[in-house]
Design a protein around this ligand. Structure first.
Ligand code: AMP
Length: 188
């Protein structure tokens, strides 16, 4: 099982990726989480990434592509994985295609969780209150949504063209969304 979970910030892709990865027994691989750990540990990579993350922009492609390249080689990713928050640019998507091809694998589908923009801001502000993430202040949230539109949204067309895009309605309860995603995955 090799899947990509896409969607705007606040769509709930992290939560769903975790739930479904646990159910399917594959790792959920989140570049955002790996980067936050690097920032907290104060590694050179973390120090480089911090400024981009706190401004709501993207960390340079070479950095995140390197992260994923290393992570996919780990043994727990051999049977499959759910990528959460990667790729976020066309360059990352192309690099991922090359990596997967080199490994003799295939991406099965790109689940795109769709949520209205108005609802996203509300959800992100709510998360900011609960989790205290430093990139969840209102101006940063707006910048993250803009970054998403400019750099990540084009991936919808990229994966549609590749014939692996699966849109999922991202409104409703968490359980409803999980069921919708499972319905798609179980048909693969
Ligand atoms: P996330 O937890 O997925 O919302 O990611 C938090 C932040 O980490 C993003 O706003 C970006 O600054 C950075 N980040 C995570 N994944 C990527 C990626 N694939 N490409 C570039 N930056 C990323």
């Amino acid at each position: 099982m090799r899947l990509i979970f896409m969607g705007p910030p606040g769509a709930g892709k992290g939560t769903q990726a975790k739930l479904i990865a646990a159910q399917k027994g594959v790792p959920q691989i989140s570049t955002g989480e790996i980067l936050r750990q690097a920032v907290a540990a104060g590694t050179p990579m973390g120090m480089k990434a911090r400024e981009f993350m706190e401004s709501g922009g993207l960390v340079p492609d070479a950095v995140v592509i390197g992260i994923i390249e290393d992570r996919l080689k780990e043994s727990d990713a051999a049977p499959g994985y759910i990528l959460d928050g990667f790729p976020r640019t066309l360059e990352q998507a192309r690099a991922l295609d090359e990596m997967v091809l080199r490994m003799g694998h295939k991406l099965q589908c790109a689940i795109n969780i769709e949520v209205d923009e108005g609802e996203l801001v509300e959800r992100l502000l709510d998360r900011a209150r609960k989790e205290g993430r430093s990139d969840d202040t209102e101006p940063v949230i707006k910048k993250r949504l803009q970054t998403y539109k400019e750099q990540t949204e084009p991936l919808i067309g990229y994966y549609a063209k590749a014939g692996i895009l699966k849109p999922v309605v991202g409104t409703g309860s968490m359980a409803e969304i999980t069921d919708r995603i499972l319905a798609v995955i179980n048909r693969l």
